[in-house]
Design a binder for this molecule. Sequence first.
Ligand code: ZN
Length: 136
Amino acid sequence: MSPYDVQQLQVSCPDCRVFLDYFHHGVLPPNDANARKVVYQSERFILQDGILYHLGLPRQRKKSAGEPVSQQLMVLQALRPLILRSYHENLSHIGGHKMYGTIRRHYYWPLMYTDAHNWTKTCIECQTGAPPTKRQ
Ligand SMILES: [Zn+2]
């Protein structure tokens, strides 16, 4: 996918759209509470070449002081199941917690942790214990 495609696709995703509207046009959701949420959360997002990224902070702040924050691509809704499936299957049906840890190195979306857990719960191979199994 070219950066232009990613840019266009992000615009079509409501989760990305609120931040893009704010960054590009200074437009906030009409609802006060939602608007505050966007302003508050926007500190963790950056635009690079028109593409929205989330800044992942190190999990243990003290330990990793001085470490650069990781830049995670904000994943649009339509692509989330594809990423979950490919990570889960390529990592030999890894458990939700580890899967989340791996995905978050490159990607971000709201409720990613929950989605990763739910994905393993709905995976037929994981549920039936069919090989290959390498769960935590
Ligand atoms: Zn599985």
